[in-house]
Ligand binder design. Structure first.
Ligand SMILES: NC(=O)c1ccc[n+]([C@@H]2O[C@H](COP(=O)([O-])OP(=O)(O)OC[C@H]3O[C@@H](n4cnc5c(N)ncnc54)[C@H](O)[C@@H]3O)[C@@H](O)[C@H]2O)c1
Length: 373
């Protein structure tokens, strides 16, 4: 089996690549202009890596060649960082939609199976969040089903939705190619995959605002308060990266079951509020570094618009129904939240604690914080 993976140097790509290359019957063509997370795989005899931008001038012939040679194309490449949705909206729309049209067109032209990795953000806010009390008494108002839940995004000025909207339109484009040209496709909607190598840790691997796991890890390592956006009341399910990669492998092994389908890939048993996530992480961090003081590590509430900038709005809850992945692929996520977090925290503590613990402590609240949780 020959697989083309775009964005193979990112978080999901690096784990998927590792797993695929363990199989002697798989060869991979990978594209990514960043390779720091796959250094250990560079030079593998069954990996043909193109360290380049997929859509840069002059690369189209190579992309066409790689699509033509693939049995399946897994599309992971994207800008997918919440801090950019409202601050770099054009780049986000281009990366998640306009640029990607080319890949879908090539797959359609060559009749190739496109496994497009979208996002659970396409669902937007739950219907329950508009009922006023947001009581979540009726699962029909919050449980996310791939083929029946409506997409509920906010107004245009709330640019936070650029990502969700671009992803949604890309899904529709992929589906349209299937409808008009018979292009085989599957769509994966990930729900918060967590694990080592996710994003970058500010202060150690770059600067900026990554997704929540890396934000909290950075704050713990730098002994700064954990910042809870809008009180950390939003609920998310956390999915271990190994469980997530299992889903991709099952899909590749069961093409007839997975083609033409959209799958939520998330672990409903691991639902937590962001505040609950922060609390669990500081407890597990205390264990990992052997310092019980971290159990009471300070947490501060910060308004979303202060943290992420104007145009930010959050979705309240994302609880997936995963019956389709269970029934068609035989997928069952098994790694509990604490195990996912324990493994991830251990990875970063081993990598950075020796440096972090020698740095001067800066426990003062940041200027953006508006209260203490
Ligand atoms: N990680 C999650 O929990 C999650 C949740 C929802 C959706 N997703 C989706 O899954 C996909 C992968 O996510 P991730 O967490 O691995 O992100 P990531 O940012 O770690 O990886 C994306 C990779 O794509 C590469 N890339 C982007 N544009 C490119 C281009 N034009 N040419 C070549 N390479 C390019 C980047 O360099 C990066 O290495 C994305 O499409 C994202 O929207 C992920």
């Amino acid at each position: 089996m020959h697989i083309l993976i775009t964005g193979c140097g990112g978080f999901i790509g690096s784990h998927l690549l590792e797993r695929l290359l363990q199989r002697a019957d798989v060869t991979v063509s990978g594209w990514d202009h960043q390779q720091a997370k796959i250094e250990h795989l560079l030079g593998h005899q069954r990996l043909n890596l193109r360290g380049a931008d997929l859509y840069a001038c002059g690369n189209d012939a190579h992309l066409r060649e790689d699509v033509a040679a693939a049995d399946a194309v897994i599309n992971l490449a994207a800008i997918c960082n919440p801090s950019q949705y409202n601050t770099r909206p054009l780049g986000v729309i281009r990366s998640n939609f306009t640029d990607m049209l080319r890949l879908a067109d090539l797959c359609a032209e060559h009749g190739k199976w496109l496994i497009h990795v979208s996002t659970s953000e396409v669902y937007g806010r739950t219907l329950a969040s508009y009922t006023g009390d947001a009581a979540y008494e009726d699962p029909a108002l919050y449980e996310l089903r791939e083929d029946s839940t409506p997409f509920t995004l906010g107004p245009v000025q709330n640019q936070r939705w650029t990502y969700a909207c671009a992803k949604q339109l890309m899904e529709r484009y992929v589906y349209a190619h299937h409808y008009e040209h018979g292009m085989p496709f599957s769509i994966i909607r990930p729900l918060n995959f967590f694990g080592p190598r996710m994003d970058f840790i500010p202060g150690f691997e770059g600067e900026g605002i990554p997704r929540v796991l890396a934000c909290f890890l950075s704050a713990l390592l730098r002994n700064e308060p954990l910042q809870l956006v809008d009180g950390g009341h939003a609920r998310r399910v956390i999915t271990g990266i190994d469980d997530a990669v299992d889903a991709f492998m099952l899909l590749l092994d069961k093409p007839e079951a997975g083609k033409g389908q959209i799958f939520n890939i998330g672990n409903p048993a691991n639902e937590t509020t962001i505040r609950g996530l922060a609390d669990t992480m500081r407890r597990l961090f205390a264990e990992a570094v052997g310092d019980p003081a971290y159990r009471d590590h300070p947490m501060h509430t910060v308004p979303g618009e202060t943290f992420y900038g104007p145009g930010y709005e959050d979705s309240d809850r994302r609880l997936p129904n995963i019956d389709k992945a269970r029934d068609l692929l035989g997928w069952e996520p098994v790694v509990p939240l604490e195990s996912v977090l324990r493994e991830t925290i251990a990875y970063y503590v081993e990598k950075y604690w020796h440096v972090a613990s020698r740095k001067p402590r800066t426990s003062a609240a940041p200027s953006s914080a508006t209260g203490t949780a």
